[in-house]
Design a protein around this ligand. Sequence first.
Ligand SMILES: [Zn+2]
Length: 415
Amino acid sequence: MNERSFKMKKRSGFMLTLAFVLGVFYPAGAQEVIEGLSYLDNKPVAVTIKDGKIVSIKKIRKLKAGNENLYLSPGLIDNQVNGFVGVSFSSEGIPLTEEGMDKATQALWENGVTTYFPTVTTNSRSEIINNFSILAKAKNNPSTLGSIPGFHLEGPYISPVDGYRGAHSLHFVRPPDWEEFMEFYKASDNGILTVTVAPEVEGGLEFIKKCSEKGITVALGHHNASADIIDQAIAMGAKTCTHVGNGIANEINRHVNPLWPQLSDDRLMMSIICDGFHLRPEEIRTFYKAKGVDKTIITSDVSEYAGMKPGIYKNLDGEDIELTADGEVRYPAQKVLYSSAAPINKGVWHIMKVTGCSLGEAIQMASTNPAKLYGLNDRGSLQPGKRADLILFTLGDNGLTIQKTIVAGKTVYTR
Ligand SMILES: [Zn+2]
């Protein structure tokens, strides 16, 4: 062997090693084992994943040194995400782009959210169609790894009344229009999974019936319906209520209001915002006691301010919006909250703190329950055959800290 061929051989050997290191020759369908404390019982488990799916879950004796406090659970599922890290899904001012969708998706992954429903709110017909067209592309884009199974349309068919309407623009609130909704549905590539609607508005009940027949999950929200109308809405197929305790006027009749019929009817699930600002602890405790762990869903209702640095921002009207260091989004001109900035990993921790529920119950409300409600049978629990959407995290006095996020078997974030 002369020096040249030796060098060649040495180089090809090096290239071979490099190829192995880079995973070029990594066999297809290789298994990976993820270890952590099971969120269900705090006992160590090893989850084997392959081809993007969970293959098996086995109890193990103990975790590796340094990992003793690492919890493992299915990824979180958020049914109401208006935007993230400066990206809005229903903005008139800043056009939504595919790059923006990737940026928001990555930031949500870093917060443990492996599935989310981009939420389009009350707006003009053309703006809603435009946003759904861009969202439909992001849904089908391989870069989002199946994290967007579909969308939430909140409005424009809600109550026009102040207080119940919330921050939705009165100018664009209108009664349900099936022909218009079908245009939204088409623009979304049949991706609208859930609609928040006020049942008492003209044509509301008929609209609920038609949506339900199409397999779209109907949520009651931003409404002031009577017990009788709520009962009829359930008969027409309404399944849940959106952010109970919010989207309602500050001053209500103590006997006749939408809270009691929604909370007392076991046929309805509910979502609640557990960011520590939208509901008082005693409200969360009461709602949770009324609905129970099987019928409660933790939602975030986060806006583009989530994941941003604390400070003063301007809204589209040029008014100050203040994002505080602890994640409160204030609207000083109106002395109200502008939106939420806390992803549901905070909600998991907060509901444990205020209700005393277990980690297993909190994750059920932030993953298993929404998966069931929306028929996302491939996710929401640690079971063989489900998508390998997993999070590893630690729990401390200040919350839940995501250490690693795996989406469809791919590690997308390591702290
Ligand atoms: Zn709302």
